[in-house]
Design a protein around this ligand. Structure first.
Ligand code: SF4
Length: 361
């Protein structure tokens, strides 16, 4: 019988995932279905399914997006040719890339322009790795942390840079970093590592739990890199650790003889799933939150989306609604709406700006 659940804090949604989910929600609310999204908006099965139910079509190639569609690019960051292709096809394009991934894209471009050979520590085929490598494929060598540096040979050992995927396991990243620094004493790296704050904080929290738990459960999807890293970090801390999609995925044999269960969630897993897992575990003595730090990070919505929504808001407030509840709107009546009326509306708007108390048309 489970006596207690140790609940990691921080866990679950990071600022990048918060931003991306809210951005796609705005797109769904603003445009008629289907809205197209290049790659899963975040790597979580439940989140993706919710958006599919709301009319989002996820694609892995821009060829599957019809010209004139509303398109969003995922939080993992997209290759430059994908962004360009999307810009050509989409009537409206919003890039929901996390700013911390954008920072790594900038580093890659800058160091490649300076003629550096770049070691990219990451997982082959992961959406984030694919998008980042595409910034300068001629200069980058992908090093999987599991394989290590191996016999990597740059053209010029005095001009080597090391960057990484944002969601790796801390100890794995450091293994490659230490080996590279020893082999190339003039190695360039970002002042702070490319591992993002959310990755680092969630891993610190699970390190704290691992030693106190008989079993650790990590809620998150199989293709979520930071979720998989949390499982590896918990195992490295000596715990039996398992990834689960949700409460239905718990194998009861894992819990045999266990009294204390550590629980956390990857950066793209909704907290609702975590609470469902707690319910399923039915801990006799309840839940103890194990907090290692407080997170206050917030990433604003993508600038393109903010501009679009601000324009729509202005149109609505200016009386340019396409439809009003129970009434026809100006868009449908465009044939009968005269240019004189449009100009009159503009002058009313100008008056309104000078005298906000004047009633609108
Ligand atoms: S895990 Fe880190 S890099 Fe990825 S979306 Fe969240 S904050 Fe951004």
């Amino acid at each position: 019988m489970i006596q207690k659940v140790l609940l990691a804090e921080p866990r679950g949604f990071c600022a990048g995932v918060e931003m991306a989910i809210k951005a796609l929600t705005w797109m769904v609310q603003t445009f008629e279905a289907p809205v197209y999204c290049f790659h899963e908006i975040v790597h979580n099965r439940d989140v993706v399914r919710s958006f599919e139910d709301a009319g989002v079509v996820f694609v892995d190639s821009m060829e599957n997006v019809p010209v004139g569609a509303a398109v969003m690019l995922s939080a993992h960051g997209s290759a430059p040719d994908v962004v360009a292709d999307a810009g050509d096809r989409a009537a409206v394009l919003v890039d929901a890339v996390c700013p911390l991934v954008t920072k790594v894209h900038h580093e890659v471009r800058r160091m490649a322009d300076k003629g550096f050979d770049i070691i990219y520590v990451g997982h082959e085929g992961h959406d984030e790795a694919v998008g980042t490598i595409a910034e300068a494929p001629q200069a980058i060598t992908l090093i999987d942390p599991e394989n290590g540096l191996g016999d990597y040979q740059p053209d010029n050992p005095g001009r080597v840079a090391l960057v990484s995927q944002t969601t790796l396991g801390l100890f794995e990243f450091e293994g490659v970093l230490d080996a590279a620094a020893e082999r190339f004493p003039e190695l360039w790296t970002a002042r702070k590592s490319d591992l993002c704050y959310a990755t680092t904080n969630r891993q610190r929290a699970i390190q704290e739990l691992a030693g106190r738990s008989d079993v650790v459960l990590v809620v998150g999807s199989e293709n979520s890199s930071n979720t998989q890293a949390l499982v590896r970090v918990a195992k490295a801390g000596g715990a039996k650790a398992y990834r689960i999609d949700g409460p239905g995925a718990i194998d009861q044999t894992w819990l045999e003889g266990a009294e204390v269960v550590g629980l956390t969630a990857g950066a793209s897993a909704p907290d609702q799933l975590v609470f469902q897992v707690v319910e399923a575990l039915e801990p006799v003595n309840g839940v103890e939150v194990v907090q290692v730090t407080q997170e206050g990070e917030y990433f604003p919505l993508p600038p393109d989306l903010r501009r679009l929504l601000a324009a729509l808001q202005a149109a609505v407030e200016g009386g340019l609604t396409a439809q009003r509840p129970g009434l026809e709107g100006r868009l449908e009546n465009d044939r009968s709406w005269k240019a004189d009326e449009a100009l009159a509306l503009l002058s009313t708007e100008a008056d309104q700006a000078l005298n906000p108390l004047r009633p609108r048309l």
